[in-house]
Structure formats: structure tokens, C-alpha cells
Design a protein around this ligand. Structure first.
Ligand code: GLN
Length: 301
């Protein structure tokens, strides 16, 4: 691609066909041009006849080429939107996915159910105690930070991750977005168990991809996102097995469990929950907007 003089629409047209040729979405070109110009989408469309500055065009072309070679656009831009907020991301954390926004929506909807039974001890908007939530494997911190900012009652949020470099990203996001979250380095719920701490809600979007799927996945995921955040044994259920076993040691009753899952894992994960809570009648597998199994929610009374 020669860096001749180019108008906005020509640059977008070139990027779109270049990306498609490499099996990437043409939308990435638009995101990159928004990033380089600092304009929003509407302005980009309005200025489609504007001539791009040579240096900007050069940088844009370079980044479109990087994206077409598999570098996630979020790593180039340095952020991804989640639940209406921008979160910083890098190669140390999973890039936020829109499916996880659906977990947030479902969990927010269920929270009143765990508050009601506890009204005297917890969840009092004007009381001293507040709703305690743990986000296990927080990664970039999206679940912990979003819950802190979206739950309508006072809450204390704890976020755990085994990766110190992921925690650095999560802390930065919490600070930038003004969310008061406590971050702890550790394996699943072990740090809470060690401290004897209890919570009302356990949330997690753990790694859940079966190891064997690695070979069919695109290079922008397998070569650029941390394996630790993606894969969990032969059937993808290893982390759920270890996590669910620990839940009764930290979860108060009534308590809420909200786990993101992969398609086809619903029944297996629901069964793990029923094994530790044989009396629990409220275990529900929910699909995402694409009709795929995406989360398991359980209310433990
Ligand atoms: N909780 C983070 C997210 O939902 C990280 C998840 C992960 O690393 N598996 O994006």
C-alpha cells in the first residue's frame, strides 16, 4: 500500500478490503481511524472527503497491517468498552467480551433476591453493613469495577486474580473509573478462605475453553491473549470444579452465584453447584442473545 494522499473514505475503503482479505472484520479499520483522528464515528462519516494528514495516514496504515496480522485492535488502541466504560487492556488480561455484559445484567437483576432475606444483617442502603461481592479471576477488572459502579446499594467488592500483571491492569482501571475495589493476589477463593471472609455474591468469568480447541482458534486470540485466562483442561471445566468446591466456605445464605460459561457447559456446571448445595432449587442456565448457553446463576438459601 503506497501512502499517497488519501481521503477519509478512501482510507476506510482500503482498510476494509485489506482486513477482509486477511479474514478480519472491516469494522477494525473504522475503529483504528477513530483512534488516529480522535473523531467519533459520526464525525468520521461527516468528514469522509477530508484529506488525511500524511503522518496520520502512515500510522493508520501500519496499524491496519498489524491488525490484519492478528494483533487485536484493542491492544493497538489500548482499551475496550465494557458496559459503557473504557477499560485499559494489554496482553496480560483477557479482552472484555460483550457476553460478559449479559452476566452483569443478569446478576444485577438477581441481587434484590439475596438482599431480601438478609435485610437485617446486610444490604441496608443506610446501614453500616453492605453487600459483599467477590469477582474471581478479575483479569482487567471489568466485573468487579462494573458491579461497584452499578449496584444500587452500598457494596464492598473484592477481586482476586492469580496473575500479578493482570492485577496491575485491574487496579489501574479501578482507579481511573473511580471504583473502590479491594484487589488480592491469589488462587480462586483461597485468599478469602484463609482470612475467614464471607460474601453474599460470588461472580466469575473463569477460563473455560477446552485445551483441544486451541488449534481451531484464530491467531488474534491464541497468540495475543493469555492462555491462563482462556483454557481450563480437557473439557474446559477444571476451574469450575476447583472454584465451586470452595464456594460453601465463603458464601453467606442467602447467597448468589453467577458464573459465565461456554456453550454446552451449562448442565455440567449446574451439576457441580448442586453437588455442593444439594438442597438448592434455584440453579438456572441462561443463554446469551445469540442463543448460546452463557451463564449459570444460582441462589442459595
Ligand atoms: N473477569 C475478566 C473478564 O471477564 C477476566 C476473565 C478471564 O480472564 N477469564 O473479562
Amino acid at each position: 500500500m503506497k501512502n499517497n494522499e488519501m481521503k477519509v473514505f478512501e482510507a476506510l475503503r482500503w482498510a476494509s478490503s485489506f482486513l477482509q482479505k486477511h479474514n478480519y472484520e472491516s469494522r477494525i479499520g473504522e475503529l483504528l481511524l477513530i483512534y488516529h483522528t480522535g473523531w467519533n464515528r459520526a464525525r468520521l462519516l461527516a468528514e469522509r472527503m477530508a484529506i488525511l494528514d500524511q503522518d496520520m495516514l502512515h500510522a493508520f496504515v501500519e496499524n491496519v497491517e498489524r491488525a490484519a496480522s492478528g494483533v487485536p485492535v484493542q491492544h493497538i488502541i489500548g482499551s475496550e468498552e465494557f458496559y459503557g466504560r473504557q477499560f485499559r487492556v494489554n496482553g496480560d488480561v483477557l479482552i472484555p467480551r460483550p457476553e460478559t455484559e449479559e452476566l452483569i445484567v443478569a446478576v444485577l437483576h438477581k441481587i434484590p433476591e439475596v438482599c431480601r432475606g438478609n435485610a437485617e444483617e446486610t444490604c441496608k442502603p443506610d446501614g453500616n453493613s453492605s453487600l459483599r461481592i467477590v469477582d474471581v479471576g478479575t483479569g482487567s477488572g471489568i466485573i468487579a469495577v462494573t458491579m461497584k459502579l452499578e449496584v444500587a446499594i452500598p457494596s464492598e467488592i473484592v477481586a482476586v486474580d492469580i496473575s500479578p500483571s493482570a492485577l496491575r491492569v485491574a487496579k489501574e482501571n479501578a482507579l481511573e473509573l473511580g471504583a473502590d475495589v479491594e484487589f488480592i493476589e491469589g488462587d480462586l477463593l483461597s485468599p478469602l478462605i484463609d482470612r475467614g471472609e464471607k460474601v453474599n455474591v460470588v461472580l466469575s468469568n473463569p477460563p473455560y475453553i477446552p485445551e483441544g480447541d486451541r488449534s481451531f482458534m484464530k491467531e488474534n486470540v491464541v497468540d495475543h491473549e493469555p492462555s491462563l485466562a482462556l483454557f481450563a483442561g480437557d473439557d474446559g471445566l477444571d476451574v469450575y470444579r476447583n472454584l465451586v468446591k470452595q464456594i460453601p466456605e465463603v458464601l453467606l445464605k442467602p447467597g448468589l452465584i453467577g458464573l459465565e460459561i461456554g456453550h454446552g457447559q451449562g448442565e455440567a456446571v449446574a451439576k457441580l453447584i448442586r453437588e455442593v448445595y444439594p438442597q438448592c432449587e434455584q440453579v438456572e442456565v441462561k443463554n446469551d442473545i445469540n442463543g448460546k448457553e452463557r451463564m449459570v446463576l444460582a441462589i442459595v438459601k
